[in-house]
Design a protein around this ligand. Structure first.
Ligand code: HEM
Length: 175
């Protein structure tokens, strides 16, 4: 049993990746001047897609997890999948989405626009759903989930509906 090199945890690697992305975005913002806006908007959309992919897949894992007996190998595998999805994809992507989105809004002067207020309200709601899913990963890990597969199916639709409304607001800017 030698003192082999310790593997970095996936969550630590995700944090490093997020920090590196942050430094790159900062460099683009400082060095590129006016040209930075479309690049950082592209980075925002990439972060949004990653966040949403996780927010749509996690409740789907919860649905399948409901069908696995607590303590079974399948249940333990779902726990690892849920925790990794949350720590490696969903949490860093949400942070990147928020930071880049707020920078875009500040740069373009959107803080007084009606559509932006509506978008922010929906994004706060989405972030609340994120918090609920995150707490649910903890509850599943402790075999304390109380919701049925049917209830998780309904929760599965909530991020999708919020996403559709947010995208309409930011593209159409109806008010
Ligand atoms: C977390 C807080 C967020 C803030 C502060 C924010 C803010 C912004 C701002 C200011 C823009 C630039 C709009 C423009 O230049 O016309 C933008 C673009 C965009 N945002 Fe967000 N956003 C956030 C989250 C989200 C989320 C959750 C989604 C989707 C689910 C989203 C989808 C988009 C899309 C698709 C664009 C590109 C729109 C275009 O083509 O111009 N954003 N966001």
């Amino acid at each position: 049993m030698g003192e082999g090199r310790r593997e970095d945890s996936p969550a630590k690697r995700a944090a490093v990746a997020l920090a590196v992305t942050g430094v790159l975005c900062l460099a683009v913002a400082v060095l590129a001047g006016e040209a930075a806006y479309p690049w950082l908007k592209a980075a925002h959309v990439i972060a949004v897609i990653s966040w949403m992919a996780g927010m749509l897949y996690l409740p789907r894992l919860f649905i399948y997890h409901c069908g696995a007996a607590p303590g079974s190998e399948t249940s333990e595998t779902f726990k690892v999948m849920e925790q990794r999805l949350l720590r490696i994809i969903i949490n860093p992507a949400m942070i990147a989405t928020w930071v880049l989105g707020l920078w875009l809004a500040w740069r373009a002067g959107y803080f007084t626009d009606g559509w932006f207020h509506a978008k922010l309200a929906l994004v706060f709601t989405l972030s609340g759903v994120h918090g609920f899913f995150s707490a649910s990963v903890r509850r599943f890990a402790e075999d304390r989930n109380r919701l049925t597969a049917r209830q998780w199916r309904i929760w599965n639709e909530v991020p999708a509906v919020l996403m559709a409304l947010i995208v309409i607001l930011v593209i159409v800017k109806p008010f």
